[in-house]
Design a protein around this ligand. Structure first.
Ligand code: 3PY
Ligand code: MG
Length: 255
């Protein structure tokens, strides 16, 4: 099992781990991005209609081929977070976390006691189907030390509350969502004020020594993010890559 946390912590890596959002409910696309060289994927159950059964299959395949599978859950609900972690996800993105109270709630539900309320589901994939401990993974140790709980900072109010979100016990990383952030600021994504807010969160995360990630639309954007010191980077998504290639192909053919 490849963990995003291990990739981030690996001192021998020249560049931070690069991932992409996955919206198409298929295992083939998971294989394709792995073979292309991506390090991790974020299965996007917030925006895409990925069912729990889809997530189960995609997590299984990602784990089997050495790609770290993180899941962006749809909301802050308890049930899905627990089941998705028990299915073997390497971590969770929680969308739209605005303040400390919300952050504590989502982190708690994704953490075993004493830190949180995640139940004991060691008979699931995350516990090697009840065989954890036979020289294999340890369900509880992985839940505490390998799984990443990642609140998304993507609202104007969350930028002001970033320090308190970053300080919540059990936050393993933060992810800045520039799209929603710019919308809630009532500004274009390219507005310097949005860039300033993003930079502010980046600086605060660095000061708090919490791994910080964000997303770029293309390779140039991803290289800029690497230069700015992000610890993990997402670039594009499966539908975006297909759409861009499809448009470029047909435009080139038709001239
Ligand atoms: C955003 O930019 O709002 C995101 O959620 C990134 O995917
Ligand atoms: Mg968003």
């Amino acid at each position: 099992m490849i963990w995003l946390r291990d990739l981030i912590d690996d001192p021998d890596r020249g560049v931070p781990p690069i991932g992409t959002f996955m919206k198409i409910p298929a295992v083939e696309t998971v294989e394709i991005v792995k073979l292309a060289g991506f390090d991790f994927i974020v299965l996007d159950a917030e925006h895409a209609l990925l069912s729990l059964a889809d997530l189960n299959r995609m997590i299984l395949v990602a784990r089997a081929i050495g790609l770290a599978p993180v899941v962006r859950v749809a909301d802050h609900g308890y049930g899905d977070a627990q089941r998705i972690l028990d299915a073997g996800a390497a971590g969770l993105f929680f969308p739209h976390v605005s303040d400390r109270a919300e952050c504590e709630r989502v982190v708690r539900q994704a953490s075993h006691p004493p830190r949180g309320t995640r139940g004991a589901g060691g008979g699931m994939r995350a516990g090697d189907w009840g065989m954890a401990g036979r020289g294999k993974a340890s369900y509880l140790a992985d839940g505490a030390g390998k799984v990443m709980r990642i609140p998304m900072i993507e609202e104007r109010v969350a930028v002001g509350n970033a320090d308190e979100i970053l300080a919540v016990d059990g936050v393993d990383g933060v992810f800045i969502g520039p799209g929603d952030l710019s919308m809630t600021m009532g500004l274009k994504r390219t507005d310097p004020e949005v860039a300033g807010a993003v930079e502010d969160v980046l600086k605060k995360a660095k000061a708090a020594r919490v791994p910080v990630g964000t997303v770029a639309a293309d390779a140039g954007g991803a290289r800029r993010l690497i230069g700015e010191g992000y610890d993990f980077i997402l670039v594009s998504n499966d539908t975006g890559m297909l759409a861009a290639t499809a448009m470029a192909l047909i435009d080139e053919i038709r001239g």
